[in-house]
Design a protein around this ligand. Sequence first.
Ligand code: SAM
Length: 159
Amino acid sequence: MRTVARADADLPDIFNQRIQLAKNEWKWGHLNNNALIFLCCLAKAGFSPILEFGTFTGRTAYNLALNAATKVYTVDIGRNVDACSNAAGVTYPEYIPGELFLDDPELGDKIELIVGDSMTLDFSRFYGAMGMVIVDGGHSMRWPNRIPRMLFAWFGLEA
Ligand SMILES: C[S@@+](CC[C@H](N)C(=O)[O-])C[C@H]1O[C@@H](n2cnc3c(N)ncnc32)[C@H](O)[C@@H]1O
């Protein structure tokens, strides 16, 4: 695995993918549109299966599933716990995790929603098997300590 500071600079053709986008209404808590497009380009270019931390309404997971050849796994704690821990200190609107894809007849089967606390869930079944991992879940300062160790494992490297 290579580590790059800016994946868009390292993959010069990445924005030439023919991606699909849908269900794009934006609300506070969603990724911004530039980030969404970039992730969908990566998915279309073959960076999958995908594991996303932080499902929220499922806007990103849904769009990733539209573009990825393989499955999207997405993890959410299932309730509003982040109120004062994001940079702006703003609480998310009420949501049902994955509400945008839960009843979707075409993409529902392509997305696996995992409801639980990413601080304590066991992710070992994903180790060495992921093409892309997106960290957009809890913003607690405890969480970054767990990320590097898991990233090494996901991509099949020694810590
Ligand atoms: C920034 S939002 C995710 C937005 C989503 N990735 C998107 O692009 O639409 C963060 C989500 O992570 C969830 N979350 C917060 N702490 C969590 C934790 N410890 N484990 C799992 N999910 C968590 C929040 O409830 C919220 O739904």
